[in-house]
Design a protein around this ligand. Structure first.
Ligand code: ARG
Length: 458
């Protein structure tokens, strides 16, 4: 029996019925659907639209339905049209005609919108909790490796010495912004559309605000058409989730690269890598690769949502039923990826010797040499040119800046003194940095303090 069966409509074709049904996707919102109905029924009684007795009968049965589903005593019927039809049908079968009063001054159009908003605010909060956990693990690893020198790259060319801790903390700040973005999205998710009804509101004297507050919303939407047709909040959350995946994917790409034989900067724990079925020596970074791969599907979800809404006339259209599959997939995927990435990162170990070795090659202290001359009063451009000549000389003679003799240095500029060796020392190149947010170990400690304070106190 369909909610909309009223004697006017003939029977639905079997294929059309299956095609139309969304219960396999929206069944997961049973808790939100029932909670929303309870608040609606209680508000109807407060407003004398139904009697208190009727409300009590409805609410008691709804609570029972909820606990029956939770406890596995009541299965969600896969042939129902959607979760709203299922819950209402179950209610009517338990309490009879009084159950039919629940849908007074309500439509499935505002009902589905309120359910999705309640569902997503909870899932978004779970994402924030996972991001906080991730930042804690990043900070822990960054503290451990705050003085571990490695080459910093631009264009994937060795550029300047940095610390592994500093590099890790760059990701910490990306995920901090992700938290702020999701928090911001929750503000717009947390507005109740309930009481918008089909699209035009109702002549029943609803108290939309008290109903919204009872459901934990900050406010009720102020335009009923917007209330039932707005899915911006899904798009916005999907965009935020896409960016989280972008950050995870970049991190995974680096972990994949760093764990290769070419780099050997990090070791992925056996618990998070696999072997090859043919090449016994292989240790594959499958988990990191899979997270990188799953980034594509979350981008796809965002694109799907944007395309779904483009050109839809106001107000509700059945196209909008497709929103849930996309946004649910995006929240599921992000949570899944974060849940496996966090312990993988927690158990990764670095190889400081290999990082140091890579940092020693490639003249990543050339800028420090130029800075040295600039500090001696030579204009930076001239110091830069002289250092270029020195690097060319070193390359030709197969030596590093640390291996040059003072005589050799002096042959390029008389300003060079013994302290040039301090200046081009790799560790010094890092520890001597003093600017806010720089690569030094001290700075890494300050960054950890800053980010910890932010995630604990907002
Ligand atoms: N299953 C529908 C959805 O997810 C619920 C709303 C149905 N409304 C309607 N007018 N057919 O969008």
């Amino acid at each position: 029996m369909k909610l909309w069966e009223n004697g006017l409509h003939g029977e639905l074709n079997k294929f059309a019925d299956d095609f139309n049904s969304s219960i396999s996707v929206d069944g997961r919102m049973y808790k939100q659907d029932i909670t929303g109905s309870i608040a609606h029924a209680e508000m109807l009684a407060r407003q004398n639209i139904i009697t208190v007795d009727e409300s009590i009968t409805i609410v008691t049965a709804l609570k029972q339905i909820l606990s029956d589903i939770d406890e596995g005593k009541l299965g969600i019927d896969p042939t129902a049209e959607d979760i709203h039809s299922f819950v209402e049908g179950e209610l009517v079968s338990r309490v009879g005609d009084v159950g039919k009063k629940l849908h007074t001054a309500r439509s499935r159009n505002d009902q589905v919108a309120v359910d999705v908003r309640m569902y997503l605010r909870e899932e978004a909060t779970n994402v924030i909790d996972l991001l906080k956990e991730l930042i804690e693990v990043i900070s822990k690893q960054a503290l451990k490796y705050k003085d571990t020198v490695m080459p910093g790259y631009t264009h994937l060319q060795r550029a300047q010495p940095i610390t592994f801790g500093h590099h890790l903390m760059a990701y910490g700040f990306m995920f901090l912004r992700d938290i702020e973005r999701v928090e911001d999205a929750i503000k717009r998710i947390n507005i109740s559309p309930l009481g918008s009804c089909a699209l035009a509101g109702t002549s029943f004297p609803l108290d939309r605000i008290s109903c919204a507050k009872a459901l934990g919303f900050d406010d009720a939407c102020r335009n009923s058409i917007d209330g039932v047709s707005d899915r911006d909040f899904c798009v916005e959350l999907a965009a935020d989730l896409s960016l989280i995946m972008t950050h995870l994917s970049r991190f995974c790409e680096e972990i994949i690269m760093w764990s290769s034989w070419e780099f050997r900067f990090v070791n992925i724990d056996d618990g998070f890598s696999t072997g090859s079925s043919i090449m016994p020596q292989k240790k594959n970074p499958d988990i990191a690769e899979l997270i990188r791969g799953k980034t594509g599907r979350v981008y796809g979800d965002l694109n799907g949502l944007l395309t779904l809404l483009k050109g839809l006339p106001l107000a509700y259209n059945k196209d909008m039923q497709e929103d849930k599959e996309a946004i649910f997939d995006a929240v599921d995927t992000v949570q899944l990826c974060l849940s496996v990435f966090i312990p993988m990162l927690d158990t990764i170990t670095a190889n400081p010797e290999n990082m140091r070795k890579a940092a020693a090659a490639g003249f990543i202290n050339a800028t420090d040499c130029a800075d040295y001359l600039a500090k001696k009063g030579i204009p930076f451009r001239a110091a830069y040119a002289t250092t270029g000549e020195i690097v060319a000389y070193c390359t030709k003679n197969e030596k590093t800046l640390e291996e040059m003799t003072i005589e050799e240095y002096k042959s390029f500029a008389s300003n060079f003194e013994e302290d040039i060796f301090d200046a081009v020392n790799l560790e010094n190149g890092v520890t001597r940095r003093v600017s806010l947010g720089c690569a030094s170990g001290n700075s890494v400690e300050e960054q950890i303090k800053y980010i910890t304070e932010k995630i604990n106190n907002g």
